[in-house]
Design a protein around this ligand. Structure first.
Ligand SMILES: [Zn+2]
Ligand SMILES: [Zn+2]
Length: 241
C-alpha cells in the first residue's frame, strides 16, 4: 500500500471508524460487520423445513413432501432473530444501508448450505426483487446484495443469478405491522410479474430473501415462478424474524 493510500485509510478510520454492529468494537476488516465475538453468538441452522408447519423436510426426491400442508414450500432459514447481533445485522442492512451486513448474512447462508449438504449445481439463484419505489428509497436491493455475496462464497458463477426475469410490479406496504397472515397475503397478491419466461421455465430456483416473517412474500414469489413454469423452488432466507 502506498504511503498516501495508507495515510488516507488511517484518516478514514479516524473520521469514520468501522465498528461492529453488535458491540461497537473497532473492526479492522471493512468488509466485516461483526466482530468474532458477536459472530459466535449467532448459531447457524442446517435443516430445511415446511414454510407452514416448520417440520423438517428433505430437499431431495422432487417435490415429495413429508407433511400434508397445502401451498407450502421448502424453506431454509440460516439464522434467527434471537441474538442481538443478528437483529443489528438486519437492521443495519435494511435501514442504515450498511452493505457489509449483506456480506456477513451471505456468509451465514453459505454456511447453512454447507451444513445442509444440498448441492446447488443445478439451481439458479433468484433474489426477491424490490419495487421501483423502494429501490429509489433504499438505493440497493438487499436481497440481491446477499445473493451475489452468497454466490461468491460458494463459487457459483454470476450467470446463475437471475435478477431481472421477475419484477416487483406492485408497491406493497411494509408488512411488519400486519399481524394477520391473510392480510399479508392480500397485500402481496400479484405483486410479482415474470417478464422473461424463457429464463424461468423448466429451471430450478433458490429464492434469496433477507428476512422471513410470515412467509407471505416468499409464497407469492413461489406461486408466480411456478405459474411461469419453474420446476422446483427452495426459499432461502438469511434470518427468521
Ligand atoms: Zn461485536
Ligand atoms: Zn407442513
Amino acid at each position: 500500500m502506498s504511503v498516501i493510500k495508507k495515510w488516507r485509510m488511517n484518516l478514514l478510520d479516524i473520521l469514520f471508524p468501522h465498528l461492529c454492529l453488535g458491540c461497537h468494537s473497532y473492526l479492522e476488516n471493512r468488509l466485516a460487520a461483526l466482530c468474532q465475538n458477536c459472530r459466535d453468538k449467532i448459531s447457524i441452522s442446517s435443516a430445511f423445513c415446511c414454510s407452514n408447519c416448520g417440520r423438517r423436510l428433505p430437499t431431495t426426491g422432487g417435490n415429495i413432501k413429508k407433511c400434508s400442508c397445502e401451498h407450502s414450500f421448502i424453506v431454509g432459514l440460516a439464522i434467527n432473530y434471537e441474538s442481538q447481533p443478528a437483529r443489528e445485522l438486519i437492521k443495519g442492512l435494511k435501514y442504515s444501508g450498511i452493505t457489509a451486513a449483506a456480506n456477513e448474512l451471505a456468509e451465514f447462508l453459505a454456511d447453512f448450505i454447507k451444513n445442509s449438504g444440498l448441492n446447488l449445481k443445478n439451481f439458479y439463484i433468484l433474489p426477491i426483487p424490490l419495487s421501483k419505489k423502494r429501490m429509489r428509497e433504499r438505493g440497493f436491493n438487499q436481497s440481491e446484495l446477499i445473493a451475489r455475496n452468497f454466490a461468491k462464497f460458494l463459487g457459483i458463477p454470476s450467470v446463475a443469478i437471475i435478477s431481472n426475469a421477475m419484477l416487483r410490479v406492485k408497491h406493497t406496504r411494509q408488512q411488519t405491522k400486519m399481524p394477520d397472515y391473510k392480510e399479508r397475503l392480500e397485500n402481496v397478491a400479484k405483486c410479482f410479474s415474470v417478464i422473461k419466461e424463457e429464463e424461468i421455465k423448466g429451471r430450478q430456483f433458490i429464492i434469496i430473501d433477507d428476512v422471513f416473517t410470515s412467509g407471505a412474500t416468499s409464497a407469492e414469489a413461489v406461486k408466480t415462478l411456478k405459474l411461469a413454469g419453474a420446476r422446483k423452488i427452495i426459499v432461502l432466507c438469511a434470518a427468521k424474524a
